[in-house]
Design a protein around this ligand. Sequence first.
Ligand SMILES: [Zn+2]
Length: 187
Amino acid sequence: MNYLTKMIKHIMLVSKHRWLVFKYATKAGIPWRGFVHDMSKFSPTEFFESVKYYNGSKSPILVSREKNGYSKAWIHHKNRNKHHFEYWEDVSKTERIGVFPPYKYIVEAVCDKIAAGMAYKGKEWNQTEPYEYWSKIEKNAPVVKHSASIEFMDKVLKKISDDGLNKGLNSKYLKATYNAIEKKYGV
Ligand SMILES: [Zn+2]
């Protein structure tokens, strides 16, 4: 694939992802978070690395890690995008501490997971996918998450899995769930 084709395909993929996140963020009552979602992908650090390692079936971040052992685009991305749990991880000299993100960012994270799964699975996607992916992969991934974050993701993604996107992304339901968890953990 030549460079220009990779560039166009990357722009289309990012735009499609951003559109889906916007659609679900609007449903969840946080349209602005959907509108600005992943804007930093158009910054030079993220954009050019992603074009260079463009691959239709997996993230260019993974390709960069396979080739170089790391991804500078990802470092740039996670330090600027509050919808990633990596942003909310504090690292001291002796430990790593997860912080419970503000409401709008953790809801944006839910929308991101739905959209990412849809892109990856295509026609095979169904409402059980985000919960399955979260439970099998992300929940136990090395990034340290606050227990409140884990409980929120468990509850909301299970709700989507059982009752569908309309019920799981209902803003009254999301706010009540967030407030109850916030109170329970005192965060
Ligand atoms: Zn992101």
